[in-house]
Design a protein around this ligand. Structure first.
Ligand SMILES: [Mg+2]
Length: 171
């Protein structure tokens, strides 16, 4: 039976976003505690947890794929320690914004890949993000969207001011 998924943006959702900089080292990865109950709740609803992140710092040559993987291993260990589980899958697009990439958000490529590679119930799934491009990618892939931040109500299916206000609607 297909599973619903909670697709998650990374910077500003799982970890504190660094203004005008990339998280290149585990020391720079600051977990946002308010994401933890969201992950636990989604897990209790039987949702797959799948990261969908743009990381063009690699494409710019500011960090390597290996460094990005080290940061993601660190993230998974932190989540495991705090919740008892880690994310089910990680999709990262390292293409430059200038390349018209089909994977880079706002394009839905990474979501479509994840949907193809896992048995996902698309209409019961959500994308949680903090940028308009997250909602655009989610909508293009046919999932419901939650945006955290100062957005218009029309920008996503659900708009909330902060992570603490996110309630996962049971699929
Ligand atoms: Mg973000």
């Amino acid at each position: 039976m297909p599973s619903p998924a909670l697709f998650l943006d990374r910077d500003g959702v799982i970890n504190r976003r660094l203004p005008d900089a990339y998280v290149r080292h585990p020391d720079e990865f600051e977990l946002l505690p308010d994401i933890l109950p969201i992950l636990v709740q989604a897990r209790q609803h039987g949702m797959l947890l799948i990261l969908i992140t743009n990381q063009q710092g690699v494409g710019k040559g500011l960090m390597t794929h290996a460094e990005l993987n080290v940061v993601h291993d660190h993230m998974q260990h932190l989540l495991q320690r705090h919740t008892g589980f880690a994310l089910d899958a990680i999709y990262a697009c390292t293409d430059l914004a200038t390349t018209a990439s089909e994977r880079r958000k706002p394009a839905p490529g990474m979501l479509l890949e994840a949907i193809a590679e896992h048995d996902i119930d698309v209409t019961a799934s959500w994308f949680l993000g903090d940028s308009l491009t997250d909602a655009q990618a989610g909508r293009a892939a046919g999932v419901r969207t939650i945006l955290v931040g100062p957005f218009q109500a029309s920008d996503a299916d659900v708009v909330v001011p902060d992570l603490a206000s996110v309630r996962i609607i049971a699929p």
